[in-house]
Design a protein. Sequence first.
Length: 229
Amino acid sequence: MVKYLTQNEAINVDLELFNEYRFSVDQLMELAGLSCAHAIAKCFPAASNPRVLVCCGPGNNGGDGLVCARHLALMGYQPVVYYPKPTPKPLYENLNHQCRLMDICSVAECPSAQEAAQCYDLIVDALFGFSFKPPVRPDFAAVVELLQQTELPIASVDIPSGWDVEQGKLNECDLEPALLISLTAPKLCARHFKGQYHYLGGRFVPPALQRKYELDLPAYPGNDLCVKL
């Protein structure tokens, strides 16, 4: 059975990928964001869900979201990026630049739940990853409120934003995504996930690392970049 990681285990697996296996952050971010786009395409095809609001946070989870938006555009979607607090580092600036040059629109203000219902078919939650610790900062209060109030389907990248990484929802009002895309390996909070689709993405974990942490990851079908859990 696939292992669900604690917060410390998730951090240690990432550190080993970077330090022991010498992956770069942008390498893994590209593969993670691409796998998210593929999982979204499997569950919410572009033909029926073309308009996607991609909500990006300030860290690696937000970077995954920017990569995902770029690949969704190449897959025929019409993504719009909401990035309330861009990270002033070359990696994130480059990802944002790539989106702009691909004519991916962005919005400066977070839409209300009513506005989102009129303008979008799906929301991608790429706000906070497994390093998140409550409470939510004021810069992200409006978008977290949108995710809690919207009736649109939500696709969460790795961790539903606002959830405790191990315990899951902290409040009844916390968001409930329709799709959760766990990256590398699912985190303990995913045991509390009740949505329709749970996928694993990030087909890059070396076999020796899988054995060390007894991850017992499922086999990815064929050439797929994601697998349904």
